[in-house]
Ligand binder design. Sequence first.
Ligand code: ASP
Ligand code: MG
Length: 435
Amino acid sequence: MKFGGTSVGNAERIRNLAKIVQSHLSRRPVVVVSAFSGITDGLIEVAYLASKGEEFSAKLDGILDRHYKTMDELGVGHGTIKSETSQLRSFMNRLHESKELTPKVLDTAVSFGERMSSRIVAAYMTRVGMEAVAYDAYDIGLVTDSNFGDAEVLPEAYASINKKLARAKAIPVITGFIAKDKEGDITTLGRGGSDYTSTIVGSALDADEIQIWTDVNGIMTADPKIVSGARTIDSVSYAEASELAFLGAKVLHPKTILPAVEKSIPVRILNTFNPTHKGTVVLGDVKAKSRVISIACQKKIQVINLTTSKMFRMHGFLRQVFEIFDRHKISADMVSTSEVSVSITLDGRQQTGALVDDLKKLARVSVMRDRAKISIVGKGMAHMPGIIGKWSSCLGNMYIEMISSSTSEVNDGFIIEEKYADEAVRKLHKRFFGS
Ligand code: ASP
Ligand code: MG
């Protein structure tokens, strides 16, 4: 059972968490927690101030006070995090001297967030009668490579975690997000990495189920900020969930579900604010043959168009184009070609001036900005006859600039001007989900 930042954000949330864990005691839960909401960002800020030799104590005191206040409200003594708070203070003081803020230093700085939250949660659970013990993930075998800021778990971690936790009698409350490399230096699994910790631990233990407790009712048929009638999807396949994550639905990072996929462990996304809602379960495969599950929308897309008559019947042209992309380390997303032109979409936040200059050596180039990519996502869409007609006909006279379809098993996508995006999503949602 993994609880994110908002689920441990204050005393009331932690009381709620304890109740949720209590209601699952018969299934022998293992708990993974994030830092209190906003604390990781706060620690990064303090580290930057300290490393620039600036005054940081006020900000740091604010962070510690938030923890103390929560502990007071929970009836947990400040001694629970005494060692962490004193280490954190001396760490920042040293950083103020050395002024050396490397990714490695930053990982240690942010590690204090989870190290404090896990101890507070375990202490409170114990106080209310559930025996719980806090563990730093690295002390139970979560070992990674040394890619600070975005470390990758090493294969041997799984067996060590299993061995360590098999003997645990009390409920383990484990730090999400953090680990150590083989040299014993603290690493992190990337922002939002507590989800990943939970699937690593769940996989190591051959868990029945991995529960990600968050602040929404699971994966939705569309962004509820755009479509008021958006609904929760009961179950999605791993492939669909990964596709949705790549398409900007922020529920689960694709990397996160891999350990669960390998062992076919269901991952259930649940809402701590609405704990009786059954949420969305992510499964190895779902029974449905073919279906549409969600309308996703990514904004701030740019489209690069290349036109040249040289391309006609010439081989190797696309290779030259993509070599230029490769050289500039820019990844292309959607691609569509005709005999004399190529259109390529990419994230509009990327700097593309130099790329375009190089592409101009090859062809005439025009760039369209403020575009949106809308995707109709679902399993087996390639085998749904008439599917393109079904979605395109509801868009009326909205001008579709590019389409990618049917080669992908799990989505059809198209590009339109960003200003029409919300309306298009609403129309598609109505067509496929009736509201
Ligand atoms: N506390 C970390 C972050 O804010 C990890 C997480 O919340 O999953 O990114
Ligand atoms: Mg998160």
